[in-house]
Design a protein. Structure first.
Length: 205
């Protein structure tokens, strides 16, 4: 990876800082079903979930919509959103990495496709959110990665240069979206792998 003069490190949240596993959420909500994949898609790739992620609807409205569209009971929906939140466990080493990068003098930001109610839960449950100098959240903007506009919003909101910024995300298409915006990008696999990739870019911490 080519060395660059990086001043800003931007972290995705799901599967970078905390775990995000739709398959596990569905299994915990509905038990062992013969094929969970169609159910995962019907919930998390639905228009309802996209609208929730974009901040167009609330969690309560999403629950009502799933009852209409998918025939879920009220209890199903309560259980679903309980596990949406409770399965978001800290990924080993990521918060420590974030702290070390910040302590070394780099600006640290979040760029996340996320839901207002989930962000509120993460802020209440964990202590990492205040470490970010700021957070760019899909539900605040009505945009999702890898839309070019969400990366541009990150840069404009924080008055930072793409050429001085690296973005960390677990999904290859979000990494490619950042690169298309001129931002260096790392596909996250583990905190140890991420640290090595950051240092290969010339960061020192």
């Amino acid at each position: 990876m080519k060395s660059r003069n990086i001043k800003n490190v931007v972290f995705d949240v799901g599967n970078v800082i905390v775990r995000w596993s739709p398959q596990e959420i569905i299994r915990l909500t509905f038990g062992e079903v013969e094929s969970s994949e169609p159910l995962v898609k019907s919930v998390f790739q639905s228009e309802t979930w996209l609208n929730l992620n974009k901040g167009f609807i609330t969690e309560a409205q999403a629950k009502s919509q799933y009852q209409i569209d998918l025939g879920f009971s009220e209890l199903d929906c309560e259980r679903l959103f309980y596990y949406v939140k409770q399965t978001q466990l800290l990924i080993f080493g990521s918060v420590e990495l974030l702290k070390r990068v910040k302590a070394a003098g780099y600006n640290v930001y979040a760029l996340t496709d996320n839901v207002h109610e989930i962000v509120a839960h993460l802020k209440l449950t964990y202590t990492f959110w205040p470490l970010f100098d700021s957070a760019t959240v899909s539900a605040d903007l009505g945009l999702l990665k890898p839309q070019m506009e969400i990366y541009q919003a990150l840069l404009i909101q924080n008055k930072i240069e793409a050429s001085e910024t690296v973005f960390i995300d677990d999904m290859p298409y979000n990494v490619q979206g950042a690169e298309a915006a001129g931002i260096a990008a790392i596909q996250f696999e583990s905190s140890a792998q991420c640290e090595q990739s950051l240092k290969a870019l010339g960061l020192s911490f």
